[in-house]
Design a protein around this ligand. Structure first.
Ligand code: IMP
Ligand code: MG
Length: 182
């Protein structure tokens, strides 16, 4: 692993093993709850792609997947509140029980906008699964039915999460040194 990336990490918040356990637990909960449903996992690119790849294999019932891409932080660390659809879903949503798969729930603006948008397309149901949740930072009310772990208000990277499109390939989750983005 590049020393450059590791030098920018203040502390490791979750090791690979800890993340794997969270994903197993959430996958088991989803498998139990969606047994008699028509599950469609919707991943919001790019941050949730690593979580999605692991989560779908921790789900033991039939499931479909689809992807969408939105504009996010750019190179900053705060959401603008304006969500732009860069890539829409391929599937029509009617008849599906949608589970939005997100990397992290912060202000809630992104997911609040997206769940409303997808709701308007008439799925059977729509709920949210997020690997990490920063409840202290919420500005818009969004409830996640499944949460890997709540975390304190710090900027984290790794396991798909980026700063300026970097650090997504770290296998663990760490707190980024503030000097990197300040
Ligand atoms: P929200 O709209 O403020 O809830 O922002 C959610 C999005 O912001 C996530 O999907 C991430 O792309 C990004 N984000 C929020 N917090 C972090 C963080 O700590 N590290 C990396 N990305 C983050
Ligand atoms: Mg991001």
């Amino acid at each position: 692993m590049s020393e450059n990336m590791l030098q920018d990490i203040q502390e490791v918040l979750f090791t690979e093993e800890q993340i794997a356990k969270m994903v197993e637990r959430v996958g088991a909960e989803i498998s139990r709850d969606y047994k008699d449903k028509n599950l469609l996992l919707v991943s919001v690119l790019k941050g949730s792609v690593v979580f999605m790849a692991d989560l779908m294999r921790a789900i033991t019932i039939p499931a479909r997947i689809d992807f969408m891409a939105t504009s996010s932080y750019g190179s900053g660390v705060k959401t603008s509140g304006v969500v732009k659809i860069l890539k829409d879903l391929d599937l029509e949503l009617s008849g599906y029980d949608i589970l939005m798969v997100e990397d992290i729930l912060d202000s809630g603006k992104t997911l609040s906008y997206l769940t409303e948008l997808l709701q308007s397309r008439g799925p059977k149901s729509i709920r949210v699964c997020t690997l990490f949740d920063k409840p202290e930072r919420r500005e818009v009310e969004v409830e996640a039915a499944y949460v890997g772990s709540q975390i304190p208000d710090a900027f984290i990277v790794g396991y798909g999460l980026d700063f300026d499109e970097k650090y997504r390939n770290l296998p663990f989750v760490g707190v980024l040194k503030p000097c990197v983005y300040e």
